[in-house]
Design a protein around this ligand. Structure first.
Ligand code: C2E
Ligand code: CA
Ligand code: CA
Ligand code: CA
Length: 275
């Protein structure tokens, strides 16, 4: 406990101090990460449920810190969102993803994650348009994965941005579906092309009957609305069997492939297989 004595309290607080110092240092380093070419793009396949064919890839950001090595996105994305680095990072990922995907077969798409901070900036849709024009990627091959937090603060502006993106033919994906406060009403209010069932439901299916029922309900919802439903985090053949049986149209997870670093960075031996 943190209140059992002065000694403990001092130890506890200096622990927090070093935590804060570490975070501040990371924040400063992150500020230069794009310029110092420390970012990498890892791609993970997205498969069709009917025949396991690969229909696209999700771009996942990696940061190779000069001292700490690979820093996971769950650690540095929140820091980037707080410090404002997310704008540079987000643009880098979009540009890199589009520039990479333009060399792929023309029926293979690229999905890019969008931070709520990035999504709420007034220039977001025009940045996307500019990067598509610059890289030459056909807009219908770009999918933007947004989470419910993008839609929470100002629903009217969010709708305007989504409509603008759809008017240039970019696809919109609702990521981590089922984990937010108003998944269903969001599905009604906003135009999505695809929903991704959060990995937590897939992981819980073997021990929790209600998780499987939720997967079934979401897949049914997608079918009724005529939109694709992806099961995320499929790791085992048994999970695959169940989500296909329940009606998911697309699959993603370690069973089909882990994220792999692509582009120039992939030639760097240190990074192979470490995404
Ligand atoms: P997400 O968008 O939900 O991405 C899926 C995460 O699940 C990825 O973790 C992926 O590597 C992991 N994953 C995929 N299949 C499996 C599986 O079968 N089992 C397990 N256990 N995990 C699986 P990652 O790459 O560490 O990314 C974590 C989160 O960081 C992402 O969650 C996303 O929210 C965020 N993120 C990653 N790249 C970007 C980016 O470029 N921009 C933004 N804004 N966020 C990003
Ligand atoms: Ca995602
Ligand atoms: Ca997700
Ligand atoms: Ca997630």
């Amino acid at each position: 406990s943190k209140s059992t004595g002065r000694g403990n309290a001092v130890f506890y607080s200096s622990d927090i101090d070093s935590e804060i110092r570490h975070r501040r240092a990371l924040e400063a380093d992150l500020h230069h990460a794009v310029q110092r070419r420390e970012l990498r793009l890892a791609c993970q396949p997205l498969c069709r449920a009917s025949d396991n064919g690969c229909v696209g890839y999700e771009a996942l950001l990696r940061w190779v810190h000069p001292v700490h090595g690979m820093v996971p996105p769950d650690v540095f994305i929140p820091i980037a969102e707080e410090s404002g680095s997310i704008f540079a990072l987000g643009e880098w990922v979009l540009r890199e993803a589009c520039a990479t995907a333009v060399h792929w077969p023309d029926d293979v798409s690229i999905a890019v994650n969008v931070s709520p901070v990035q999504f709420r900036s007034t220039s977001f849709a025009s940045v996307v348009g500019a990067i598509l024009a610059e890289t030459g990627l056909p807009p219908e091959r770009l999918e933007l994965e947004i989470t419910e937090s993008c839609l929470m603060k100002d629903r009217a502006s969010a709708l305007t941005v989504l409509k603008r993106l759809r008017s240039i033919d970019v696809r919109i994906v609702m990521d981590d579906f089922g984990t937010g406060y108003s998944s269903l009403s969001n599905l009604q209010s906003f135009p999505f092309d695809k929903i991704k069932i959060d990995r937590s439901f897939i992981a819980a299916m073997d021990r929790d009957r209600s998780a499987r029922a939720i997967v079934r309900a979401i897949a049914g919802l997608g079918r009724s609305l005529g939109i694709a439903v992806v099961a995320e985090g499929v790791e085992t053949a048994e999970q695959r069997r169940i989500v296909v049986e329940e009606g998911c149209t697309h699959l993603q997870g370690y069973l089909f492939g882990r994220p792999v670093v692509v582009g120039e960075a992939a030639k760097d031996g240190r990074l192979k297989g470490s995404a």
